[in-house]
Every structure is written in C-alpha cells, then in structure tokens.
Design a protein around this ligand. Structure first.
Ligand code: EPU
Length: 430
C-alpha cells in the first residue's frame, strides 16, 4: 500500500515558524554501514537517520550474514564477523543505487563479489563503468552472467593497490575504491577523487578504525592497504547537508522565522552564498542557521543563476528545491544541471502548478518568477524532486496530493511530523 501526503498550501504566505533539527546524513550513513564489512568485531553507529534507505542497507547486510542489532531509533550495532555470502541479492540490489558501494568491501574481503546492476532513482543513465575499471586496475576481472556481474581476483586473493585516475569526479566511485584500497596489498592512489564531505567522513571513520588514509577531501587520496579494522568507539554520523539546505529553502519561501539546528553550515557555503545573493536574511552560527525578518512580500527575492557542480559547488541534490525557490524569485534564472542528464524532468509538474519554466535542453531550464503556484496531484520521481514537490505544495494555493511518498521516506525521516511542528499541514494517508 502506497502512502500519500495531503498538503494544505499556504498561498504564498510565510506562516511557518519554529525550530527544526537536521538528522544524520543519508549519503554518509549508507557508506558507513557498507564499510562495516572491513571491520573485525562490532561497530556501533549513532545518529543514523531512520529512513527507508538505511533500512534497506541494513537488510542487505543481514542477508549477507552480518549481525545487525538495532540499539535505538538512530543507533545500530553491526558485526560482520559472521558474513557468509558475497552475493548482493538481486531484488535488494536493484532497489537502491547505493548497493554498488558494497562491492568495494566485499571484493576486498573475499576476493569475489556478485551483484545485479544497481537500481535507484531515475535521474540519468547511471553507468558503473568507473567502478569496474577501478577494480580491474586493482587486479580483478569482471564478467556479466545471467543478469549479474561477477567481479573476482585470481584465486580469490587480495586486491592489488593501484594508482587510479577517474575520468569523472564521482562520489560513490571514490568511496568504493577507497574501501577496496583499505584491504588491498600495498598503496592505492585515487586521482580526480570527489571531495564531498561524506567522503571525508568515511575516511575519518576508516582511519579511526586503523586505516592509513591521507588526502580525503582533496582530489588525491592515498590509502595504504592492511588488515581488517577495529572500531574502538561508537561513531556518530555527520549532519545531512542536503536536508539542511532543503529546510533553508522551505524557510525562505514559507516561514516567518525558522531556526535550523544540528547542522554544519560550513558544508553549505555554495547554497548559503546563492540564497544570500538572492536576498534571504540568514544568521549563521557554527551549528545552526536562523532565518529571521523574512520579507513577507511575494517577489522579494532576486533571480539568480545556478549551476550544479561537484563539491564545493552547488549540490545537484538541492537543484530541485532550488528551482522551486526560483519560481518565487523576481526575474529570470538559468539553472544548469551538470551532473545528471535526467534530473530536470520533474519541472513539467511545476509548470502544471503554474510555474513559468522553459526547458532549453535536458541540462538547462529558464525559470521566470515570481509566479503563484496552484495545488495539484503530483508523483515524486526521486527523493529530491519529491521533497521539492512538498515545498512547492506548501507554497501553493489550495490542496495538493503527493503520491509516491516512498521516495521522500527514502531520504527524509518522518518529514510530515517534523514540519507539523512548524505549523505545516501535511497529512499522511494510505
Ligand atoms: N558516472 C559514470 N560512471 C560511473 C559512475 C558514475 O559515468 O561508473 C557518472 C554518473 O552517471 C553521473 C556522474 O558520474 O553523471 C556523477 O555520479 P556520482 O557517481 O557522483 O553519483 P553517485 O555517486 O551515483 C552520489 C549520491 C547522489 C548524488 C551524487 C552527486 C549516494 C548514494 N548518492 O551519487 O545522491 O546526487 O553523488 O553528488 O551517495 C540522492 O541522495 O538523492 C542522490 C542521488
């Protein structure tokens, strides 16, 4: 049974107020869970968001034979000493793109892994060629057999450390090869590595367990291979910068004042910079952002051009909420999505709500504002567009129905309850 959200729009009025805390980062949590395969003995992870994707990843770990104990709503103890399988289940793997990161630790530990082509959001073609070429450089072979990849080293021996230049700066490729390098023979150097804060988090977590890593957060990461790691103490997952950025945009559009707590503004510089240029009044502290004195007039924000980019540029995961923001800004904004080729398709739904958005090509749209939005029935095509629709529905006049709430649940914990505390009317129905 699919849940829906019934959303009562605020007709452009900025009525929400209060404080909202940011949860643990989905895209860090999933990798930390996967990397427990590189540890001997138990690993305790705290501040994991209670979201669908985290549940899916723990299910895959259980299926591989790990002991997965839930210690609390946001806390798990995982022990992979009992792992007895190196095959990622066909259905589980197809449901989530992030399942691909399991290949790094599984291959490194067992010398072999099989998996389906990973599924996930429909936001572009999402090939895995760079993972496969990375593994080949480390001495592995890849076969495609009966709908599954089999990746293995000769005689299931250790991977070989290697120097790998990645044609693109990609987050999951960097993370996967870094994990693989932790148990490889000798040193690996990852060049043109992605620099997202989630990668630094992963490297810090691995280093705390004894891995020898340098350069994480820069385009060149080195890792000296060794044995299984040991977690000396519990690890708390970093705050989700994408959730924080989404709340900021919601606050700018629909709140009289809003305090966003438990976040790291230092991870959001590109976003804060653009919102400030556009006229959003913000006070920034070390772990919180406060929107106050928000101008209640429609069109008080200025149009700005946005180009998504690898970190520290503007994150593609905030592109959809940003487009909603720009529908309410005065003037013409050009939005250039440079990472994924299918990630602007959702804009057609915003147009049906009354937005003035022209698609130039699959990577670029022109948004003209401000335009009032009307409530509508909407399908969320992916996690981020799903949340953008929720923001649009709150800004709009009238009621909206959001189908495929599943996508929103994949990335945001109990969002309707947290927004209700700010005064939003979002009801979950079956
Ligand atoms: N690419 C290739 N070959 C590969 C791998 C990637 O051509 O082997 C291309 C992709 O097609 C894409 C580009 O490289 O055009 C960048 O992809 P990247 O690998 O950086 O994306 P990802 O690692 O698959 C992660 C996040 C995404 C986020 C991007 C960009 C996870 C689980 N996913 O994806 O998050 O959009 O980085 O920051 O960490 C989301 O959370 O909603 C989400 C989609």
């Amino acid at each position: 049974m699919k849940d829906k959200f019934l959303v009562r729009g605020l007709s452009g009025k900025k009525k929400l107020k209060g404080s909202i805390a940011v949860g643990g980062a989905k895209n860090a949590a999933l990798k930390l869970l996967a990397t427990t395969i590189l540890f001997k003995g138990p690993v305790v992870l705290n501040n994991l968001p209670d979201i669908e994707d985290v549940r899916r990843m723990t299910e895959i770990l259980s299926d591989l034979g790990a002991s997965v104990e839930r210690l609390g709503k946001h806390s798990y103890r995982i022990n992979t000493d009992t792992l007895n399988k190196n095959e990622v289940d066909q259905n589980m793997g197809r449901r989530m793109r992030a399942s691909i990161v399991l290949t790094g630790p599984l291959l490194a530990r067992f010398g072999e892994v099989t998996l389906p082509h990973p599924g996930g959001d429909v936001i572009g073609s999402r090939p895995i060629d760079l993972f496969l070429s990375g593994f080949k450089s480390m001495g592995a072979s890849v076969e495609w057999r009966g709908e599954r990849y089999r990746i293995h080293t000769p005689k299931k021996k250790k991977l070989r450390g290697a120097s790998i230049f990645s044609a693109l700066q990609t987050v999951t490729v960097t993370e996967t090869l870094l994990m693989a390098g932790v148990l490889a023979e000798g040193k690996s150097v990852l060049k043109n590595a992605a620099m997202e804060p989630e990668i630094k988090e992963l490297a810090d977590f691995l280093s705390a367990g004894g891995a020898k890593i340098s350069g994480a957060g820069t385009p060149t990461i080195s890792v000296e291979g060794g044995g299984l790691l040991k977690a000396e103490k519990a690890w708390s997952v970093m705050p989700d910068r994408i959730e924080a950025g989404s709340f900021l945009i919601l606050g700018a559009l629909a709140a009289e004042n809003l305090e966003i707590t438990d976040c790291l503004p230092e991870h959001l510089e590109s976003v804060l910079n653009l919102l400030r240029l556009s006229g959003v009044p913000m006070k920034i502290k070390k772990n919180s952002i406060f929107i106050s004195g928000n101008d209640s007039r429609v069109g008080s924000f200025q149009a700005i051009n946005v180009k998504t980019h690898e970190y520290p540029g503007f994150p593609t995961d905030l592109q959809a909420p940003m487009v909603v923001f720009l529908t309410q800004a005065k003037g013409e904004s050009l939005v250039f999505e440079t990472i994924f080729e299918g990630r602007l398709a959702y804009t057609a739904d915003l147009v049906s709500m009354g937005a003035d958005i022209k698609m130039w090509d699959p990577h670029r749209v022109m948004v003209k504002g401000p335009t009032p939005l009307r409530g509508r029935e909407l399908e969320g095509p992916d996690i981020r567009a799903g949340l953008a629709f929720l923001i649009a529905a709150l800004v709009a006049k009238g009621e909206s129905v959001l189908n495929s709430v599943y996508h929103i649940d994949r990335g945001y914990e109990s969002i309707e309850k947290r927004l209700a505390l700010l005064g939003a009317k979002v009801e979950r129905v079956r």
